[in-house]
Ligand binder design. Structure first.
Ligand SMILES: *Cc1c(COP(=O)(O)O)cnc(C)c1O
Length: 453
């Protein structure tokens, strides 16, 4: 193999280049990764963390290969971005074609078709049988920024309600919306004002029914803020960074109804849960929701930089011309990738694939739970599953075991992501094209790691 540091590989890798198997050939991290990490530490801000200093050279479908030739099963999928699979052939082809046609004009100056097509797709694929419109931006956090801007303009109100254990990004406004101070917010203030945090529904911990939890959230907001001062309520249908918390039945619907009755814009933050991840185009569908606005990002464009807000036409149109936008928002290459991703979801039935992943992985995780009492909860929908670790005697969060298992799994060629306010959750959000065989292999590695821990 050529030296990948000085001679970048060609843009496209065929399937043959990345065997869909786990194969560890050096200590992890290997010598080339370690050398790269030295270079990185010298020049990249320490504020940019590293979960695992393994430097990736190439990837396909559900396997990533590092610079030392180690093949890892990727159960994190770049935090759910790679739903259609790493270097999906159709996405690669769409990007290559678009990049040679036009890479930038700035949509608000001279527009182009791919942006319009992505907007059409989002309008069609999001729940809610009403007229909708879209704005495209560059990141999940920017989508949230825009959703809040638009909700404020529409309602003429300032207040923003969010839920405990939520995560919404790293810009100033979204930091104010996050639940967890460390590592997201600590020392980075002052934060945007008029953001109000309310208790969520967390069945494993609060034991409340959806109706009880909704009553608690609503009465808190009514007492603490006042419904008439709220522009929007922003909720992740399944909380992502918070640990894949699936709310109790009826909880979200009760919040949506309360918002509707009080003129509050109900925003579903589907940056992590959207785009086929849960076996529906958007997770809101599982809960019978028709949000006034949905924010979407991560899985939308196969790793190209794209995000958006889709919402009721009359709300989206309340922003004046020129009030929304940005230099790169809805970049044509990113839009071409998104169109290919949406096409792949249909062509390869990736909604079905997400359900298949649930039906393969969920029983295996329950078996792990039966065997290892440190696993207190197994939960999730589709290919958005998680296990939460607690001390079986005290119920206290057990982050130490989670760290040990993630580290041991990496040594054996399985990449898992952690999550949770207490860092005591392992989440699974693999590329939807992962085979059952790879899932089984990965779980056997976790099983061994658990036994060892
Ligand atoms: C990742 C995430 C964000 C932030 O997205 P970025 O693209 O990292 O800015 C916002 N909301 C949720 C639910 C997320 O998972």
């Amino acid at each position: 193999m050529t030296d990948t540091l000085s001679a970048p590989a060609p843009a496209a890798f065929g399937d043959h280049e990345v065997a869909q198997e786990r194969r560890i050939v050096t200590p992890v991290p290997g010598p080339k990764s370690q050398a790269l990490h030295e270079r990185r530490l010298a020049v990249v801000s320490g504020g940019v963390g590293t979960t695992l200093p393994v430097y990736i050279d190439r990837a396909h479908d559900a396997v990533v290969v590092d610079v030392d030739g180690n093949h890892f099963i990727d159960l994190g999928g770049g935090i759910g971005v790679m739903g259609a699979g790493h270097t999906n052939d159709a996405v690669v082809a769409a990007v290559q074609e678009q990049v040679a046609k036009v890479t930038h004009t700035l949509f608000t100056v001279t527009p182009y078709e791919p942006y319009v097509r992505v907007a059409e797709l989002l309008v069609e694929r999001t729940p809610g049988d009403f007229a909708k419109k879209v704005v495209l931006v560059n990141s999940g956090a920017e989508a949230l920024e825009n959703a809040v801007k638009i909700a404020r303009k529409h309602t003429g109100r300032n207040g923003v309600a969010v839920l405990d254990h939520g995560y919404h990004g790293r810009t100033n406004l979204t930091m104010a919306m996050n639940f967890k101070a460390m590592p997201y917010n600590l020392g980075f203030g002052p934060f945007a004002g008029d953001v109000h945090h309310a208790p969520n529904s967390y069945p494993f911990h609060d034991g409340l029914s959806g109706a009880e939890a909704a009553k608690r959230t609503i009465s808190y907001l009514e007492k603490r803020v006042g419904a008439q001062d709220l522009a929007c309520l922003v909720a992740e249908p399944i909380q992502g960074e918070g640990g894949f918390i699936v709310p109790a039945e009826g909880y979200l619907l009760a919040l949506q109804e309360w918002c509707r009755a009080n003129g509050i814009v109900f925003v579903a933050d589907e940056v992590q849960s959207g785009v086929a991840r849960t076996g529906a185009w958007y997770a809101s569908e599982h809960f019978g929701l028709e949000p006034d606005m949905i924010t979407t990002a991560k899985g939308i464009a196969g790793g190209m930089v794209l995000a958006g807000v889709v919402g009721r036409a009359e709300i989206m149109d309340s922003a004046h011309a020129g009030g929304l936008g940005g230099t790169y928002g809805g970049n044509p290459v990113a839009c071409a990738a998104a169109i290919a991703v949406f096409d792949e979801i249909e062509r390869r039935d990736l909604l079905g694939a997400a359900k298949r992943i649930e039906s393969t992985l969920m029983p295996m995780l329950r078996e792990l739970q039966a065997k290892h009492p440190v696993i207190g909860d197994v939960r999730g929908i589709g290919a958005m599953l998680a296990i939460e670790f607690v001390d079986p005697e005290t119920g206290e969060p057990d982050a130490a075991t989670v760290s040990r298992i993630a580290a041991e799994a990496a040594q054996q060629g399985v990449l898992v992501l952690t999550a949770g306010t207490y860092g005591n959750v392992i989440r699974f959000l693999p590329p939807l094209v992962i085979s059952d065989e790879l899932l089984r292999d990965a779980v056997s590695v976790l099983d061994a790691a658990l036994s060892k821990a």
